[in-house]
Write a protein that binds this ligand. Structure first.
Ligand SMILES: Nc1ncnc2c1ncn2[C@@H]1O[C@H](COP(=O)(O)OP(=O)(O)OP(=O)(O)O)[C@@H](O)[C@H]1O
Ligand SMILES: [Mg+2]
Length: 254
């Protein structure tokens, strides 16, 4: 396996050290060592069932794990209470299925977390929400409900909602795979802008164009293991493992 360390000069922000997790008999995360540096954009790819979503969910403590350690900014993952709420605020997550609150307006979706969890004043939360909705290009939809927006617009709102919490890192789990093809790029453009702005990001995606354009590093997972990791340039031109090469051959011929 290649070196798990973040790029030299980056402060380690998310550190997984020999993390193991089972679902019953299935050893879904096997001795995962992974360091995400501050400001780094890491794209995670690999076959279906290799553990990519579980990895994200474990970092955000939506899943427990049995051994090893995960630290965010030097602190171990809290297991409950206020500390856990703070972790959730520090570690944003953007899902395939958007997960917006259907009965709240776009603006309310973005202000809810800051007001309830961060204790931000309503007026300030509103101001910031509009700024973020502007940034992702949906400010004019602020008073609509999620169902009135396209999938691409909803996903951009989900990104704005995540940003509103001022997270230290955002985890994206296949953020474009539920979208119609013509909406994929508008979401990837927002994510590319975010990457350039210095946000720390872990992105599970099959969008290899995004990986080439925005990733500092590609992590390839198979069967619950990190099989190899490299810069996009190295990975796409010179993958070392047979499993990575087979995987690339399959997806790149699509
Ligand atoms: N809650 C669960 N209970 C039992 N098994 C699970 C659970 N969640 C995931 N698994 C299994 O763990 C393995 C890894 O799943 P995971 O969703 O992390 O894979 P993935 O790499 O994200 O796959 P995909 O590309 O299809 O999204 C799979 O075999 C899956 O069936
Ligand atoms: Mg998945």
């Amino acid at each position: 396996m290649t070196d798990a360390a973040a790029a030299p000069g980056r402060r380690p922000l998310v550190v997984l050290d020999k993390v193991n997790k089972h679902f019953g008999a299935l050893h879904v995360l096997q001795d995962i060592d992974l360091t995400i540096g501050e400001g780094e954009v890491v794209v995670v790819i690999g076959p279906s069932g290799s553990g990519k979503s579980t990895l994200c969910r474990t970092i955000n403590r939506l899943e427990t794990f049995e051994s090893g350690s995960i630290t965010i900014d030097g602190r171990p993952l809290p297991t409950e209470g206020k500390e856990l709420a703070r972790l959730r605020a520090d570690v944003g997550m953007v899902f395939q299925s958007f997960n917006l609150f259907a009965h709240k307006t776009i603006r309310e979706n973005v202000t809810l977390g800051p007001v309830k969890v961060r204790g931000v004043a309503r007026a300030e939360a509103d101001r910031r929400a509009m700024e973020l909705l502007e940034r992702v290009g949906v400010a004019h939809q602020a008073d609509k409900y999620p169902a009135q927006l396209s999938g691409g617009q909803q996903q951009r709102v989900a990104i704005a909602r995540s940003l509103a919490m001022d997270p230290k890192v955002i985890l994206f789990d296949e953020p474009t795979s539920a979208l119609d093809p013509e909406m994929i790029n508008e979401v990837l453009d927002v994510m590319t802008e975010l990457a350039r702005s210095g946000m720390t990001m872990v992105v599970v995606t099959h969008e290899m164009g995004f990986a080439r354009r925005a990733a500092d590093r590609v992590v390839f997972m198979a069967d619950g293991q990190v099989v190899e990791q490299a810069t996009p340039e190295e990975f796409f031109t010179n993958a070392q493992s047979t499993r990575a090469r087979d995987f690339l051959a399959k997806i790149l011929t699509h």
